[in-house]
Write a protein that binds this ligand. Structure first.
Ligand SMILES: *[C@@H]1O[C@H](CO)[C@@H](O)[C@H](O)[C@H]1NC(C)=O
Ligand SMILES: *[C@@H]1O[C@H](CO)[C@@H](O)[C@H](O)[C@H]1NC(C)=O
Ligand SMILES: *[C@@H]1O[C@H](CO)[C@@H](O)[C@H](O)[C@H]1NC(C)=O
Ligand SMILES: *[C@@H]1O[C@H](CO)[C@@H](O)[C@H](O)[C@H]1NC(C)=O
Ligand SMILES: *[C@@H]1O[C@H](CO)[C@@H](O)[C@H](O)[C@H]1NC(C)=O
Ligand SMILES: *[C@@H]1O[C@H](CO)[C@@H](O)[C@H](O)[C@H]1NC(C)=O
Ligand SMILES: *[C@@H]1O[C@H](CO)[C@@H](O)[C@H](O)[C@H]1NC(C)=O
Ligand SMILES: *[C@@H]1O[C@H](CO)[C@@H](O)[C@H](O)[C@H]1NC(C)=O
Ligand SMILES: *[C@@H]1O[C@H](CO)[C@@H](O)[C@H](O)[C@H]1NC(C)=O
Length: 490
């Protein structure tokens, strides 16, 4: 009798614990996803690649997460953002050439379903804070019409960090919105602070136990113009080169902003069920203070310096393997299906992106064995990767050298005179595994490999959607919209 009751008590306890764990599992919402994109951040501009950089918050996340060492992006802003949000290469969405300039009526075509729209189907709350740069000439092309519950930020690609206006370089105009409305409350305040505060407000407005949050934070930092509050620049007072000193300060301001966001995530209880992704949108522009050493080239080139992105993922609970450098092949186009998979959904099979969650989660070999760096029929250049080989067709860009971190003596380290003359040689071939810094063109040494890769490239080109690159339209002028860059002219 005594034994019986003891057994029953114990069984009951087991049952209760079991029930509770089942309930916990059932009640748990899909993982929160925080996707932070830095703008124009070079390979050598983060603390985990370069000890000159002061990025303690990012370093801590990277070192406790998974550092992605073969994570590729497009050479400039708009194409990368189009891939990130559609799961297609830019040459399949018509945004492979250059960026969307403020007066051009181009945009991300409406026939693509964007990542936040897919996540909304999975009941996510979706918010965007930062730089859009995917077209705004019609309301239908703007963030709150394309899957985001709210938007605070800028439609254009570059502007003053404090006035939030495009200055004299182009047509003057104010470019800052909260949802659809022009937002003047933050005039005079540095954008990294504005964006971090809004992100924290969103984090505090959501109950992480009850709803899943997708927070997309593409910072303006550290794109030119080179501007930062003095205290961040002062961290680098030993650097004589003014552009580099300011740029490094901008990186540290960005780091503090990320720290504020992760502190809020921790305090509010997100960390047990969250995936954080941090990536640059393209390589660093060496003519605006950035650095990609030892990689070759710059932003806006097909070299590794323009396309191999600084990136990591962090999660306290969702990764099977952490604190290591993952060298598996990954492309920005893969985030779309990968994040849908994390969210419990599934992407259409015809996407260019591949679900690489097993590789991110556990470090198993990547299912990706090739990718397209870009195909730009207007520039008449292209590059592809097949296994360890990289084929470049045409001129890769205008900054074709290797640019060391500017030292204290040289005032102008941007050496435009290192012009790359490929002469009659239309194709270049590199073995990226053995020669990640692209010193040795193997096009003549390995004619068979060259032929194979040219075949792949011709195949890729067959599905090219022509670049959507219309002429600038004077109707875009902010003078018609009370001094604001505004939808309504296409
Ligand atoms: C990461 O990439 C850099 C640049 O290509 C390379 O020098 C380094 O060896 C790589 N790290 C690992 C662990 O493969
Ligand atoms: C998307 O729309 C554009 C412009 O209307 C069109 O050129 C393109 O073929 C469409 N793409 C797909 C995948 O439907
Ligand atoms: C989303 O929420 C609705 C309403 O609560 C529910 O009917 C639906 O099953 C949910 N969808 C998913 C994918 O969880
Ligand atoms: C923007 O939209 C969000 C979500 O609907 C809302 O919470 C917020 O108050 C809006 N902001 C403004 C300034 O209207
Ligand atoms: C910018 O434009 C304004 C108005 O035309 C002019 O007064 C100002 O000097 C210009 N600033 C610069 C830096 O060119
Ligand atoms: C981070 O938060 C602190 C405390 O609220 C604030 O003083 C600081 O300006 C914030 N930094 C950024 C870059 O947003
Ligand atoms: C990672 O861990 C999860 C949960 O423990 C497990 O279900 C999954 O199979 C693991 N994935 C791999 C590729 O090891
Ligand atoms: C690779 O793709 C196949 C086919 O979709 C899938 O079954 C497999 O799990 C994937 N493996 C990894 C490591 O992602
Ligand atoms: C720029 O590069 C060229 C070619 O490598 C070199 O001769 C020249 O000295 C460099 N100039 C500076 C200022 O570093």
């Amino acid at each position: 009798m005594f034994l019986m009751s003891r057994m029953t008590g114990r069984s009951f306890l087991f049952l209760a614990v079991w029930m509770q764990s089942v309930l916990n599992v059932q009640l748990k919402v899909s993982p929160h996803i925080v996707l932070i994109v830095a703008d124009d951040l070079g390979w050598n501009d983060v603390g985990w690649h370069n000890s000159q950089m002061y990025t303690p918050n990012l370093d801590k996340l990277a070192q406790n997460g998974v550092i992605l060492n073969s994570s590729y992006v497009l050479p400039v802003c708009t194409p990368t953002r189009s891939s990130l949000l559609t799961g297609y290469y830019p040459y399949h969405v018509g945004l492979q050439h250059n960026v969307i300039h403020s007066s051009r009526p181009s945009h991300l075509y409406m026939n693509f379903t964007l990542l936040p729209q897919k996540l909304k189907e999975l009941n996510y709350t979706t918010h965007m804070v930062g730089k859009w740069h995917l077209g705004f000439c019609n309301w239908n092309y703007t963030p709150t019409y394309r899957g985001f519950d709210s938007f605070l930020g800028m439609y254009l690609g570059a502007e003053d960090y404090y006035t939030h206006s495009t200055g004299n370089s182009t047509v003057p105009g104010y470019d800052f919105r909260f949802n659809k409305s022009v937002y003047h409350e933050v005039t005079g305040e540095y954008s990294a602070n504005v964006f971090a505060r809004r992100a924290v407000d969103i984090i505090n407005s959501v109950d992480p136990e009850k709803e899943s949050l997708f927070l997309y934070v593409p910072f303006q930092s550290v794109h030119y113009p080179l501007q930062v509050p003095k205290k961040y620049e002062d961290i680098y007072s030993h650097i004589q080169n003014k552009a580099r000193r300011t740029y490094c300060g901008m990186v540290s301001a960005l780091d503090e902003a990320v720290g504020n966001i992760t502190n809020a995530l921790t305090q509010r209880g997100y960390m047990d069920n969250l995936l954080l992704i941090f990536t640059t949108d393209n390589g660093g522009p060496v003519n605006h203070g950035a650095n990609n050493w030892p990689l070759r080239g710059s932003k806006n080139t097909l070299w590794e310096g323009g396309t191999k992105g600084a990136a990591f993922v962090y999660s306290k609970t969702l990764l099977n393997k952490t604190k290591y450098v993952n060298t598996e092949m990954f492309h920005v186009v893969d985030w779309f299906p990968t994040l849908l998979s994390v969210a419990g959904g599934k992407a259409e099979p015809d996407l260019d992106g591949i679900d690489l969650w097993p590789t991110i989660q556990s470090g198993v070999p990547s299912n990706r064995s090739m990718f397209v760096y870009n195909i730009d029929e207007i520039m008449q250049n292209a590059a592809i990767r097949v296994g360890e080989y990289k084929l470049i067709e045409g001129k890769p860009g205008t900054h074709n050298g290797w640019y060391p971190v500017p030292n204290n003596q040289r005032k102008h380290f941007n050496n435009q005179s290192i012009l790359h003359d490929i002469g009659e040689l239309k194709y270049q071939l590199f073995n990226i595994r053995d020669d990640p810094t692209e010193h040795f063109n193997l096009a003549i040494t390995y004619p068979e490999v060259l032929k194979t890769l040219k075949g792949y490239l011709e195949d890729f080109k067959k599905t090219l959607v022509p670049a959507f690159y219309p002429k600038g339209d004077p109707k875009s002028n902010p003078k018609y919209y009370k001094g604001n860059w505004s939808p309504g002219w296409c």
